[in-house]
Design a protein around this ligand. Sequence first.
Ligand SMILES: C[S@@+](CC[C@H](N)C(=O)[O-])C[C@H]1O[C@@H](n2cnc3c(N)ncnc32)[C@H](O)[C@@H]1O
Length: 248
Amino acid sequence: MDPADFYTGLVAESFAPLRSFSPDPEVCAAFLREVGGPALELGCGDGDPLLALRRSGLDVEGVDSSADMLERCRRRADEAGVTVTVHHQRMEELSLSRRFQAVFLAGPTFNLLPDDSVAAAALHRIRRHLADGGTALIPLHVPAPTPADRIGQVRTAPADDGAELRFSVVSEQRDETARTRSTVLRYERHGPDGPTVVERPWLLHWYTRSGFEKLAAEAGLRTVSVTDAEGDAVEGDAPDMVFRLHAA
Ligand SMILES: C[S@@+](CC[C@H](N)C(=O)[O-])C[C@H]1O[C@@H](n2cnc3c(N)ncnc32)[C@H](O)[C@@H]1O
């Protein structure tokens, strides 16, 4: 399966009920108020934090590679009475008629791009969609190995229709040279129509600080700051690095 299609079908249905962490919309809102609009969120998924940002009146659109996640985002927007514009595209093939003052990811979704060449393509597309003086914000993460005692452990949550959703980690492989972690994830749905089970590899690809700065520079993006998730400057490499980039 192409990594850009991971969040489809049962995985898209399970995402919101089983998620353990949501991005704080206020962090993104503060960034957008500082750099101005219009803004574009890459990997907006089913609408966190995009819908909260729209609700606070910010001029922001979304992009996602999963039609299933976007359908959920549109439905949530309708239910909340919020208007939202979302585009079904991959960030590495991003092609919109508008340019943006801010292009950002709310979490480390950029780590879902499977290798440096796809990342380079995405950075070129981000550069092309930045308005003059615009800012890109890209959070990156270096994933730790999944603890052995979490393998096989099952988490459950109710689906919208009352069926039981289950999630577990089946196995994991790590390649320090390719900077990838591939985790086989198992999603299950147990309802009146019987069980549905899906197992998919979830690939994360990470970067060194200098490696990412080089990829960005080759795409015409200059690194203006690297901070941690709290906004404090980071020296050298760190497990969480938020890159702010301007057109070179
Ligand atoms: C972990 S979810 C985060 C969604 C949302 N921002 C949130 O925090 O709730 C990652 C999203 O990125 C999308 N995605 C993955 N690869 C992508 C790509 N190459 N281009 C655009 N979106 C992508 C997935 O479809 C998924 O909806």
